[in-house]
Design a protein around this ligand. Sequence first.
Ligand SMILES: [Zn+2]
Length: 375
Amino acid sequence: MRIVGANVFDVQNGFVRREVCTDGELISFRSGDDAVVEADGCWLIPGLTDLHFHGCRGADFSDASPEGLAVMANYELSRGVTQICPAGMTLDRAALLAMCANARRHREEAAGGADLVGINLEGPFLSPEKKGAQNGAWLRDPDVELFRELQAASKGLVKLVSVAPERPGALDFIRRVGERVCVSIAHTTADYETALAAFRAGARQVTHLYNAMPPFGHREPGVVGAAFDTPACRVELICDGVHIHPSVVRATFRMFGPDRVILVSDTMRAAGMPDGDYTLGGQAVHVAGRRATLSDGTLAGSSTDLMACMATAVEMGVPLHHAVMAAAVNPARAIGIDSRVGSLEPGKRANLVVLDRDLAVRAVVFRGRTVSGDL
Ligand SMILES: [Zn+2]
């Protein structure tokens, strides 16, 4: 197909008016057929990659249910999230193994929906003092053997693992797994020096910056300051309008620049569902509007999918080009899939989203086929 008239996302140059052609599953210099799509006034962006979400449409990755994972992959694809890297909660060993094996089966069976490009192990190597909505019963010190078991059960699908660097053995863990997998600092009481030591050992990311960690203080800069001082480190940000104040979202994009922020949704199973009572990692969660909380008021994930988070960032004053960098380009770079997805260059996979003027999803093209909406 040949898409004409759209403002097309370009990594280097912002948005430009040009045609985009697809041939089979790929973006190409020439269209593979005679179909012409008029997209006057629309934005054309690459499909997004969500590196950190737990569930949606009633399903949760931690359930280890084949049907549930298929529901999640289909829902995310319909929202223009064409690559997914679902995140596990803090669970016991057997449940983590089942979750990893379920992802492996989903991928081997090509079970449909968005491409499952990895697994994010958010738990269990986190701090009990900053556990947020993670279940404290299963928290433990970083354990290379357990990590290897999970990686084997998934057949190498684990792309991200979160660690609280103050836990015993954390630096050794980071040194041993950090070359192959993106180690992300999370749910931590670490001060600046401890966080910096973790980055020097090979950690490359921060899980939901600001949430479940000490704040950025002027004498105690903590993880936020150490991340800023480490140019190779990227930071996740939950832009659902609940987790982070708009002023801090704007400041974070300015501070870290558009190449280092990764928007994540952190959705739980209520995303795409009505308000009501749900669970997350075995704990009861109440969802009202965009707010998901445990009974004590602790935030428990979000209910706003990544495309809606991206639009929310723009409403908050982040330029659209930077928001797309953070939702499509940077996450793909973080797990090394950017040679295939995340931009609209010939040779890349034809995973595209057409947004109307106010950023509502008009259509999703996946591997060259229109899978949602109308073109
Ligand atoms: Zn978390």
